[in-house]
Ligand binder design. Structure first.
Ligand SMILES: *[C@@H]1O[C@H](CO)[C@@H](O)[C@H](O)[C@H]1NC(C)=O
Ligand SMILES: *[C@@H]1O[C@H](CO)[C@@H](O)[C@H](O)[C@H]1NC(C)=O
Ligand SMILES: *[C@@H]1O[C@H](CO)[C@@H](O)[C@H](O)[C@H]1NC(C)=O
Ligand SMILES: *[C@@H]1O[C@H](CO)[C@@H](O)[C@H](O)[C@H]1NC(C)=O
Ligand SMILES: *[C@@H]1O[C@H](CO)[C@@H](O)[C@H](O)[C@H]1NC(C)=O
Ligand SMILES: *[C@@H]1O[C@H](CO)[C@@H](O)[C@H](O)[C@H]1NC(C)=O
Ligand SMILES: *[C@@H]1O[C@H](CO)[C@@H](O)[C@H](O)[C@H]1NC(C)=O
Ligand SMILES: *[C@@H]1O[C@H](CO)[C@@H](O)[C@H](O)[C@H]1NC(C)=O
Ligand SMILES: *[C@@H]1O[C@H](CO)[C@@H](O)[C@H](O)[C@H]1NC(C)=O
Ligand SMILES: *[C@@H]1O[C@H](CO)[C@@H](O)[C@H](O)[C@H]1NC(C)=O
Ligand SMILES: *[C@@H]1O[C@H](CO)[C@@H](O)[C@H](O)[C@H]1NC(C)=O
Ligand SMILES: *[C@@H]1O[C@H](CO)[C@@H](O)[C@H](O)[C@H]1NC(C)=O
Length: 843
C-alpha cells in the first residue's frame, strides 16, 4: 500500500469539476497485474500542477494495496488570530485559536509529554526546534526508516538520523506541534515544551508503503511515545487497512493517535483517508482562517491603491518595473495563449500584465518568457482570486479590477510602473471562506458508518518552521497542518491531566464534546456543515482542558436504515464544585445530497446540503446536576423522511447540553438509506464513452465481442472498471464461455441495472479459477488523477495462485459484494460477465 504525505494544496485541484470524460489515453502507462503479487504502484509527488502526470495512467486496485495520490500545493488559507509583522517581511498568523494561547499563559505547554511525529523527519538544526537532537534537546531522538533516495517504490535504506533538510513537510508539522516561541516570526508551537521524536518514513520525494508506517508506529510504541501523529494518508473510505487497524489498537491502549482526514474534499462523501479512518484514532479536519496573508505591490506613475498579489512572501524583485500588458484590450479572452507578436519588445525589464483565461498559466508565461519576460502578474477574469500554478515563473494572480486598471492606464499612454516592497507590504486579505471547514477536507463517513473526521483544527495558511536550507519558515495548508495542532492539544491535555490510559482513551470524547459547531456557509439560514466533514466541530483546547462537565460518549453512530440504532444513552458528570442546570436541545446539521442527481456518482465537494433533518426526543429536556453527580439521559433519534434514499442522504447533528454560560454536545451521524442498495459498479459510458466494465488491451482496443490474446507485450487483456461505492469484496474468476448465469450488470444482455437476485447460491456458480480477489476496495472518484478508475492488467495467463491458465476460451465473471452484503450470498453481489476471451499463447 502506498500512502502519501500531503504537502501543499493548489486550489485549481479543488474546483468543482464536471463529469469530464476520461480519455482512453489516460489508461496508458497503467501498471497492474492481478493476482496475489503486489505490483509496483506509484504515488507521484508533485510540487506543482504542471508536474501532474495527467496523461499517465492511474491504477487503483485495492485501496489498501495502492493509493496513488498527488501531493498538492496551495497557498490560500486560514487559521490566524495573532498578527505579526516581524521582521517586517511578512504579516502572518500565529495560530492561537482555540484557547491555546490562554493555556500557554497558564504555563501549560506540554512539558513532560513525548510526541512521535511520523513524517519526512525534522530539521532539528532549526533554532526554533532546539538546534540539535538527543537527550536535553526538544527533538529527543528518532529514526530514519527509509533514507533520502526512498520514493515509495525502491528499497528503503534506513539510518539512525531523521534529519529533514530536503522535503520540509515534517519540519512544518514539527513546528506546529512544538516550535519554541521567541523566533523571528514570533510563532509558537501548540506544545512547545513537549519532547519530539522524528520518525522519518519519506525520502526527499515520493510516497511510502503501509509496512513502513506500521514499523514506525510500532517503534513509536516501543519508544514510549504518549502521542503519535501522522499527517499522511490516501483516500479510502474503509477502516480496515493494516496501518488503520494498528493505529486504532494503539489508541485503544490509551495513547493518543492523531491522523489527517485527507485533502480529497472535492471528491465527495465516503472518501476519508486511511490510516485516518482508524476507528479509535482522532481524524482531523481543517478550518479556514478569516484572512489570507498576501503581499501588496506599490503603483507608480498614476494614483492607485496598492495592488494585492496572491503571494505570501514578496516577489524577489527589487527594481521598479514599468508595465507591459500583452494586450491593450482587457476583454481578450485568450490573452498570451499564442506566441507573442514579432514586434513585442524585449520584456526582460518589464512587469508583464496578462489576462487569465483559455490556456494554462504556464503556457501564457512560457510565451511571455519567449520574449524575455521574467516577472509578470496575471489578472483574474472573474474566475476567482486564489493561488495559481505558475511553474517556476515569478508570477501570480491579481484581481480583475486591478488588472483592467493597469491595462487601460497603459493603453491611455500613462507611464505606469510597479514595485514590490520587500518588507511592510503584507496585507491581510479577507478569506471569503474564513471560519468554515476548508473545502479540501475529505468527507466521511467511512463505508461502515463511523464518522471521520472527528474534530477540526486550523489547517490553512499555517506559518511554521521549514528546514533551514529551505528558508526556515513558510506557510502551508492542508489537513496535514491541522493534525499536529490536535497532537499538540493532546499533549497539553496529558500534561494537565496526567498520562493515564484513561486520559488517552477519553481524549477524543473530551475534544468532541467541547468543540465549536461550524456552519456550512456565511449565508444566514444555511445549515451547519455536515458532520461528515466537520466532525464534532472546531477544537477548543482551553474548554476541553478546563471543563468540569464531562459528557460521554462523544458520538452517536446511527448506521444505515437496515442497521439503524435510534436509542442512545449519554451521561453528564459534574466534576466541579457548583450545582449546574442544563437544557437539552437538538441542533441539526445539513443533510448531504450525496450523489449527483440522476446518477450513482458521488456529488463533488462542496457536497450540497438539505435542511431536512432528523428528529430527536430526549428523556429530559432540562436537568440539574450536583457536584460529584452524574445525570444519565437518553436520546431517541428518528431518521429524516422525505428524502430520496437512492441519493444516500447522510444526516447528522448535535445533541446540545447548554446553559447561559457553557455548552457541550454529543455528535450524531447516520444515513437515511440502506447501504446495501447503493450501486457499487459503474456500468455507464459516462467516463470513457463505452460501457463499463470493459475488456481493453494496452494499445487502446475495447472489446465488445470475442477476442484472442497471445500475451506478448501489447496483446493481453485488461479489465477496466470503476466503483461508485466501495466494495468489501471484489472477485474476478474465469468461467466457461458457455456458462448460463444471469448477471446483474450486463446491459448488453438486455438487463437493466441493478437487477435483483440472479438466483442460486454463491457456491452454485461453477468457476474455473480465480484471476484476482481484493477486499475493502475504495470507490473511485470522477477525477482522472489516480483515483478515477481501476485497470487490472492480465499481463500473464496465470490464475491468482500462479498456475498457468491453459489455452482456450473463457469469460471473466466479475463480482462485487454490496455494502453490508453477506459474502456467502450470491444475491448480495453485483455481477458482470465479460465477452469471450481466447487465451492463445503460442507454444
Ligand atoms: C524511484 O526511484 C527508483 C530509482 O531508485 C526509480 O527507478 C523509480 O522510477 C522511482 N520511482 C518513482 C515513482 O519515482
Ligand atoms: C510576539 O508576540 C508577543 C505576544 O503576542 C508580543 O508581545 C510581542 O510583541 C511579539 N513580538 C514581536 C517581535 O512581534
Ligand atoms: C494593501 O492593499 C490593499 C488594497 O489596495 C489596501 O486596502 C491595504 O491597506 C494595503 N495594505 C498594506 C499593508 O499596504
Ligand atoms: C530577467 O532576466 C534577465 C536575464 O537574466 C535579467 O537581465 C533581468 O534583470 C531580469 N528581469 C527582472 C525584472 O528580474
Ligand atoms: C476565465 O478563464 C477560465 C479559465 O480559462 C475560463 O474557463 C472562463 O470561461 C473565463 N471567463 C471569462 C469571463 O473569460
Ligand atoms: C523548476 O525548477 C526546478 C529546480 O530548479 C526544476 O527541477 C524543475 O524541473 C523546474 N520545473 C519546471 C516546470 O520548469
Ligand atoms: C516613467 O516612470 C519611471 C518610474 O517612475 C521614470 O523613471 C521614467 O523616467 C518615466 N518615464 C517617462 C517617459 O515619463
Ligand atoms: C453498521 O452496520 C454494519 C452492518 O452490521 C456494521 O458492519 C458496521 O460496523 C456498523 N457501523 C457502525 C458504526 O456501527
Ligand atoms: C435552509 O433553510 C433556510 C431558511 O429557510 C434557507 O434560507 C436556506 O436556503 C436553506 N438551505 C438549504 C441548503 O436548503
Ligand atoms: C480465437 O482463436 C480460436 C482458436 O484459434 C479461433 O477459433 C477463433 O476464431 C479466434 N477468435 C477470434 C475472435 O479471433
Ligand atoms: C503481439 O501479438 C499481436 C497479436 O498476435 C500481434 O499483432 C503483435 O504484432 C505482437 N506484438 C509483438 C511486439 O510481438
Ligand atoms: C490454482 O488454481 C487453479 C484454478 O482454480 C487450480 O486448477 C489449480 O489446481 C491451483 N493450483 C494450485 C497449486 O493450487
Amino acid at each position: 500500500m502506498k500512502i502519501f504525505a500531503w504537502s501543499f494544496l493548489l486550489p485549481a485541484f479543488l474546483s468543482v469539476s464536471a463529469l469530464a470524460a476520461f480519455p482512453i489515453s489516460s489508461l496508458r502507462g497503467a501498471v497492474s497485474t492481478p493476482g496475489n503479487v503486489v505490483p509496483n504502484k506509484f504515488i507521484i509527488e508533485v510540487d506543482s500542477l504542471s508536474d501532474i502526470p495527467t496523461k499517465r495512467a492511474i491504477v487503483s486496485r485495492d485501496a489498501h494495496e495502492t493509493l496513488y495520490v498527488h501531493m498538492r500545493k496551495r497557498n490560500v488559507g486560514f487559521g490566524v488570530d495573532k498578527e505579526f509583522n516581524s521582521p517586517g517581511l511578512f504579516v502572518g498568523a500565529a495560530v492561537t485559536l482555540s484557547g491555546v494561547d490562554k493555556l500557554h499563559a497558564q504555563g501549560i505547554a506540554g512539558s513532560g509529554i513525548k510526541i512521535g511525529i511520523i513524517d519526512t523527519g525534522i530539521d532539528y538544526t532549526h533554532p526554533a526546534l532546539g538546534g540539535g537532537i538527543g537527550p536535553g534537546f526538544k527533538v529527543i531522538g528518532g529514526f530514519d526508516f527509509v533514507g533520502d533516495a526512498y520514493n515509495g517504490s525502491n528499497t528503503p535504506i534506513p539510518d539512525s538520523d531523521p534529519l529533514d533538510q530536503c522535503n520540509g513537510h515534517g519540519t512544518h508539522v514539527g513546528g506546529i506541534v512544538g516550535a519554541n516561541p521567541g523566533n523571528a516570526f514570533n510563532i509558537s508551537g501548540v506544545a512547545y515544551q513537549a519532547s519530539l521524536t522524528a520518525y522519518r518514513i519519506f525520502g526527499c520525494t515520493g510516497d511510502v508503503t503501509d509496512d513502513i508506517i506500521v514499523e514506525a508506529l510500532l517503534r513509536g510504541v516501543s519508544d514510549g511515545q504518549d502521542i503519535l501523529t501522522m499527517s499522511l494518508g490516501g483516500a479510502d473510505g474503509w477502516t480496515e487497512s493494516t496501518s488503520s487497524v494498528l493505529s486504532s489498537r494503539i489508541a485503544s491502549t490509551g495513547k493518543i493517535v492523531t491522523i489527517a482526514a485527507g485533502n480529497d474534499g472535492a471528491k465527495g462523501v465516503f472518501f476519508t483517508s486511511s490510516p485516518g479512518n482508524a476507528i479509535d484514532a482522532i481524524s482531523v479536519a481543517s478550518l479556514d482562517n478569516t484572512v489570507i496573508p498576501l503581499q501588496n505591490a506599490t503603483v507608480h506613475g498614476v494614483v492607485h491603491d496598492p495592488i494585492t498579489y496572491f503571494d505570501t512572501f514578496p516577489f524577489p524583485v527589487t527594481a521598479t518595473l514599468p508595465i507591459f500588458p500583452t494586450s491593450t484590450d482587457p476583454t481578450v479572452v485568450d490573452d498570451a495563449c499564442n506566441p507573442l507578436p514579432d514586434d513585442t519588445p524585449d520584456l526582460s525589464n518589464f512587469l508583464v500584465i496578462v489576462r487569465r483565461g483559455t490556456c494554462t498559466f504556464v503556457q501564457k508565461l512560457t510565451n511571455v518568457a519567449a520574449k524575455g519576460g521574467n516577472v509578470s502578474l496575471i489578472y483574474d477574469n472573474g474566475t476567482g482570486f486564489t493561488a495559481i500554478d505558475v511553474g517556476n515563473f515569478t508570477s501570480t494572480l491579481i484581481q480583475t479590477d486591478d488588472g483592467v486598471f493597469l491595462v487601460n492606464a497603459f493603453a491611455s499612454g500613462a507611464n505606469v510602473s510597479l514595485s514590490f516592497p520587500q518588507s511592510g507590504a503584507s496585507a491581510q486579505f479577507p478569506d471569503p471562506s474564513g471560519g468554515l471547514i476548508s473545502s479540501f477536507t475529505s468527507y466521511g463517513p467511512t463505508n461502515d458508518m463511523f464518522f471521520k473526521p472527528a474534530v477540526a483544527a486550523p489547517g490553512g495558511n499555517i506559518l511554521s518552521t521549514l528546514p533551514v536550507p529551505l528558508g526556515s519558515f513558510g506557510v502551508e495548508s492542508g489537513t496535514s497542518m491541522a493534525t499536529p495542532f490536535i497532537a499538540g492539544v493532546s499533549a497539553l491535555l496529558f500534561s494537565v491531566k496526567g498520562k493515564s490510559p484513561e486520559v488517552g482513551t477519553t481524549a477524543r470524547t473530551l475534544l468532541e464534546t467541547t468543540a465549536q459547531l461550524i456552519s456550512s456557509s456565511h449565508t444566514d439560514g444555511d445549515p451547519l456543515q455536515t458532520v461528515a466533514q466537520q466532525g464534532a466541530g472546531l477544537v477548543d483546547a482551553f474548554k476541553a482542558i478546563h471543563t468540569d462537565i464531562i459528557v460521554s460518549p462523544g458520538e452517536f453512530l446511527l448506521n444505515d436504515t437496515a442497521h439503524f440504532v435510534s436509542l442512545h444513552t449519554f451521561t453528564v458528570k459534574n466534576t466541579g464544585a457548583q450545582v449546574k442546570s442544563f437544557k437539552v436541545t437538538h441542533i441539526p446539521a445539513g443533510t448531504t445530497l450525496s450523489l449527483q442527481p440522476g446518477t450513482d456518482f458521488p456529488a463533488d465537494g462542496p457536497v450540497p446540503l438539505s435542511n431536512i433533518s432528523a428528529t430527536v426526543k430526549f428523556s429530559e429536556t432540562s436537568f440539574t446536576v450536583h457536584p460529584g453527580q452524574t445525570q444519565e439521559l437518553t436520546a431517541h433519534i428518528t431518521a429524516p423522511t422525505g428524502l430520496d434514499p437512492s441519493i444516500l442522504p447522510i444526516f447528522s447533528g448535535f445533541v446540545q447540553i447548554a446553559n447561559a454560560n457553557e455548552s457541550y454536545h454529543v455528535t450524531y451521524l447516520g444515513v437515511a438509506a440502506s447501504l446495501k442498495d447503493a450501486q457499487v459498479v459503474d456500468t455507464t459510458d459516462t467516463f470513457f464513452g463505452f460501457d463499463l466494465p470493459a475488456l481493453v488491451d494496452p494499445i487502446g482496443d475495447v472489446f465488445t465481442g470475442p477476442a484472442n490474446f497471445t500475451f506478448n507485450d501489447t496483446n493481453f487483456p485488461e479489465l477496466l472498471m470503476r466503483l461508485d461505492f466501495g466494495t468489501p469484496l471484489l472477485l474476478a474468476d474465469l468461467v466457461d464461455p458457455n456458462i448460463k448465469i444471469t448477471t446483474t450488470l450486463n446491459r448488453r444482455n438486455g438487463l437493466a441495472f441493478p437487477q435483483t437476485s440472479p438466483g442460486g447460491t454463491f457456491s452454485q456458480i461453477k468457476t474455473l479459477g480465480s484471476l484476482f480477489e481484493f477486499d475493502f476496495m475504495s470507490r473511485n472518484s470522477d477525477q482522472d488523477d489516480g483515483t478515477g478508475f481501476n485497470l487490472f492488467n492480465i499481463a500473464s495467463p496465470l490464475f491468482a495462485n500462479g498456475t498457468t491458465i491453459p489455452n482456450g476460451s473463457y469469460k471473466i465473471l466479475l463480482r462485487a459484494l454490496k455494502m453490508t452484503g453477506d459474502p456467502t450470498k450470491e444475491e448480495d453481489f453485483e455481477s458482470w460477465l465479460s465477452p469471450i476471451l481466447g487465451i492463445e499463447v503460442p507454444n
